[in-house]
Design a protein around this ligand. Structure first.
Ligand SMILES: [Zn+2]
Ligand SMILES: [Zn+2]
Length: 326
């Protein structure tokens, strides 16, 4: 604490700390700085006008020179910074102990959220993950008046029911459903309302294959089960189904028309294929007895996977798979 009363300067000569010169009391006015200086300063060096100096002179009002005022402000700022940092630390401690306080974690996790979203969305797109998926269509949606969890539970139950129906009671363990969700946006029920497909994730590729192998031979009502195919394959499939239907309308026996990946086979011959999303007839000049790869846009051999593409017509799917060798 600076002394309340400046020492009598008459007995001593002082050096002004601002200009480092002697203070000549006979010609110069001076003022005592109660700050760091703790000594006499020239009035001018203390930044005082004559009027201000005469008002202060002889009073007990503490005076701080500009330098000391800045020093005091710096110390105040430092002290406030320290308090703020202490408060922040205590706040962090509190929020880490109670996860219910949501504002700071949300604020800090905002930059990481887009990454998380991208990660979640990229997962089901990869073929590696599609292997575990099946898409079920034709399962009615629960009314939207029911709660989300009730609807989710009903959907899960229905999917389990369909699988056990498809596999039969004595055909090994029931498949373990890891996840199931409706695909696409919810539409409010109307005249043209169709239930959204359900994407089901199973525990193993084996289970997926087990179910698909039963789909072609078992009747499972209005529910259709297919692989979780990439968009291009689904598009090709719907184009082929349309073409198949128009051929049946035109009089072709439905039993001779088969789907093979992105091609339509008639009597084992490639009739046409889906190229860039539209149906293209196969070359007409090739002999029907030949099945050379040249006339086949897709040279991929028929595999079990290709033959498991479901059709909209169950009578057709009950026929044995067609062979390219015939
Ligand atoms: Zn001075
Ligand atoms: Zn000072």
């Amino acid at each position: 604490m600076p002394p309340k009363k400046p020492p009598k300067k008459k007995s001593k000569s002082y050096t002004c700390p601002i200009c480092d010169d002697q203070i000549d009391d006979s010609t110069q006015q001076s003022i005592w700085c109660d700050g760091e200086c703790n000594t006499w300063l020239h009035r001018g060096c203390a930044g005082l006008s004559k009027a201000a100096h005469s008002k202060l002179n002889g009073t007990d009002i503490p005076f701080y020179c500009p330098h000391c005022r800045l020093m005091r402000q710096d110390r105040e700022i430092e002290s406030l910074k320290a308090s703020l940092s202490d408060l922040s630390k205590r706040f962090d401690d509190l929020t880490s102990k109670s996860p219910g306080v949501s504002t700071p974690p949300d604020a800090t996790s905002v930059p990481s959220q887009p990454t998380r979203v991208v990660k979640n969305h990229s997962k089901p797109n990869s073929m590696e993950n599609r292997k575990f998926n099946l898409v079920l269509s034709g399962i009615p949606e629960a009314p939207s008046s029911q709660s989300r969890s009730v609807r989710a539970h009903a959907m899960f139950e229905k999917v389990s029911e369909v699988f056990s129906e498809v596999l039969g009671d004595t055909n090994g363990p029931l498949p373990h459903i890891r996840d199931c969700r409706r695909l696409g946006k919810f539409q409010s029920p109307s005249d043209g309302f169709r239930p959204r497909s359900i994407l089901v994730t199973l525990d193993s590729v084996l289970t997926v294959d087990r179910i698909l192998s039963k789909v072609s031979s078992a009747s499972h009502g209005a529910v259709k089960i297919r692989r979780d195919l990439p968009f291009e394959d689904r598009l090709a499939h719907s184009v082929l189904m349309k073409e198949r239907w128009s051929m049946i309308q035109a009089g072709t026996d439905r039993s001779v028309i088969k789907l093979r990946k992105r091609s339509l086979l008639v009597d084992g011959q490639v009739h046409g294929s889906v190229i860039n999303g539209s149906f293209v007839l196969a070359a007409q000049n090739s002999s029907p007895d030949l099945t050379s790869p040249a006339q086949t846009p897709s040279t991929t051999p028929v595999s079990a996977v290709d033959l498991q593409l479901p059709t909209n017509d169950t009578t057709n799917s009950s026929h044995p798979p067609v062979s390219t060798a015939s």
